[in-house]
Design a protein around this ligand. Sequence first.
Ligand SMILES: Cc1cc2nc3c(=O)[nH]c(=O)nc-3n(C[C@H](O)[C@H](O)[C@H](O)COP(=O)(O)OP(=O)(O)OC[C@H]3O[C@@H](n4cnc5c(N)ncnc54)[C@H](O)[C@@H]3O)c2cc1C
Length: 372
Amino acid sequence: MKYDLAVLGGGIMGLSCAFEEAMRGKRVVVIDPNPIGHKASWAAAGILVARAGVIGNSPLREMYLRSLYGYSDWLARIELESGRSVSFERSGDYQIFPLDNRESLQAFKLQEKQLIREKASDFSISSELPSFLRPHASIQNAKVFHFPNEASVNNRLLLEALETALRQRGVDFLNAKPISWSVTKDESVLSGEVWNVQTRQVLIAAGAWCNDVLALLGLAVPLIPVKGQLAMLPNFHVQKSMIHCAEKIYLVPRGDQLVCGATTESGKWNEDFDDEGDTYLQNRLQAFFPNVKPVWSETWSGLRPRTADRLPLMGWVNEKAGIALCTGHYKSGISLAPMAARCMSALLNGEKTPAKLDAFSPWRRNGLTTAG
Ligand SMILES: Cc1cc2nc3c(=O)[nH]c(=O)nc-3n(C[C@H](O)[C@H](O)[C@H](O)COP(=O)(O)OP(=O)(O)OC[C@H]3O[C@@H](n4cnc5c(N)ncnc54)[C@H](O)[C@@H]3O)c2cc1C
């Protein structure tokens, strides 16, 4: 069968882009050697916070905020198409900065500066922990921001809903790894040992593994995996708010549990939950909440795709041949998915993108090179 678009990678980026294209009536195939939606996108905590997350005044910050503002409408489209509901909670976020160490004080000042720059008013600040945390906490002296409108999403349900919506729209899924790629004037042929796919366009969205695919074209990007280990524990404070403790640990409600994360381990390809992750999470949890026992009901990890300059790679690899790239969303891919998908879909269809992609060009300095 001949396709309009082959998407290489079935994580949040590949599925979201495939969704936009399928909704336009395109014939799409998603090719992935692993079970769909089971890598970084499955591992994520589902935090969608406007007031933290991507900090700074940049095109990425702008894209990030626009993505978050459109999130609930985007989910509604996916829910409608799939007939499945995706848990999305706007239950707020507490950011706690203990004042007894320099690092935490600096992080507080950075956050404060950002709030002033963006003229934010949807928050309160206090020198006391919220009453529901006080019985559990060790911290005496802290600055606490409360953002009542911050949201989180159950990213695992989101991936399932996207896959269902795509299948219902007639998108094909191929559980395979491309091992060769030939490019002619107006199409690509991707092949494995016993299959081949002819397609007019290809979108590479293979997360931390994009170089495996780019190597088939003799190309490479400076992209590394940054391992994050997480664990789940019962929700000891019973509230639905998220908690971020001095950027050391976060607790995100999911059902009656809390997702507790996460380590930041650059350059590791190993996807186990190991002693390093266990020790990190136990120590951080105990430092802030000494009365809470770190009894994990689930543990896991994932590999975040990070570029050299920490900006995503979104744009044409070869416009004439219809080959595009969408990766490098590091710690914010779940948040960025709606806007990234709209932009990539506009690009693939020769339209003006809803956000400027110049800063994210795959061919920028720190971008694509010919593989040596
Ligand atoms: C621990 C952790 C916590 C996070 N928390 C958050 C959060 O709270 N909020 C937020 O916004 N973001 C968060 N992120 C970041 C977010 O998860 C990532 O930015 C996002 O999932 C990246 O999506 P992706 O589709 O590019 O990659 P992935 O989800 O990794 O998908 C890549 C896909 O490519 C496939 N693939 C591999 N090799 C090939 C090949 N040769 N050919 C074709 N396909 C291939 C893989 O099997 C996989 O399915 C977190 C990430 C981690 C790891």
